[in-house]
Design a protein around this ligand. Sequence first.
Ligand code: PHB
Length: 385
Amino acid sequence: MIRRSLLAATLAIPFALPASAQETAKIGLILPMTGQSQSTGKQIDAAVKLYIAQHGDTVAGKKIEILLRDDAGVADTTKRLAQELIVRDKVIAIAGFGLTPLAMATAPLATQAKVPMIVMAAATSIITAQSPFIVRPAQVLPQPAAAMAQWAAANGIKSAVTLVTDYGPGLDAEKWFNSRFKDGGGEVIASLRVPLANPDFAPFLQRAADAKPQALFAFVPSGQGAALAKQFAERGLDKSGIKLIATGDVTDDDQLNGMGDVVLGVVNAGPYSAAHPSDTNKKFVATFKAANPGMRPNFMAVFGYDGMHLIYQALTKTNGNTDGTAMVEAMKGLSWESPRGPAMIDPATRDIVHNLYIRKVERVDGELYNVEFATIPMMKDPAKP
Ligand code: PHB
């Protein structure tokens, strides 16, 4: 036995694989690449590829390999894919999660397997509390909702109707818009909730028009903003004097340029605009566009890009130790310069702390952009004081 293993060891030397090939670190990336939320999947996938192209595929002696899986936005599928990636493929982290229900379904697996779970899109506040292995470079919906309400109340808007998609992030948006708007002296006169799947906004927009508020505050998940804008115009709300205000999910850079004049002047709050005027962002946008002709990066792309940054930074800090607990510890408190501006992982909640920008949709060089004009610096999740 001893002689055989010695012989094997001796023989093995000339045929040894390069060290990098022996030390592959696999990352499971689970995204909705098809279905209603496919723009989120495509944006994040493109940004993850860009990050690796720019930073190399080896970090702290580990060769990074991305295993991309399509969950089509179906929670049972997300969970099954995560299970396979953890058990069969032995991934060192799972990442992605395009919608809240997908992240909620998968969180218990991260806890059981002690595998870091990097949430790159899902934005309901409670998600990070579902597992100590979750770290979220994405936004948290109470942030843009609270920021929008504060701005509206401080800028002469006294009455509003809210229109949100009827699930986690929409309910967060409704709650935080309502409470901050009230604090500022405003009144929400009706709260409307639209189904997540295949929404028809028309009847809700009619009710909003009938209530005659000064403003309509809207949240819909990334990918549905264009449909909302179209129906807003078709119902004539743009001519009714009701001001559309929103979270940046509605005036999403992925779709914004196709929305047309109806969204010109719409004030909204969000953590990222492709028009953010920093050098870091200019380089990000230019390289993203060069690698993905016809696409403009949106906030989801930035959350995916930053999620990769967290994984690379964690592996660097642990000297390549892929233990899940060590990696999550290494991510806590990390701060960096993101294309969105300064960003940090709150060590207490593992949620993002970043700037919230108040923006107005304007035409710049012939294209529609969210142009930032005010900043609430380094905002934590207001739901976790
Ligand atoms: C979510 O499901 O948490 C979600 C998805 C898309 C968004 C925001 C939140 O734009």
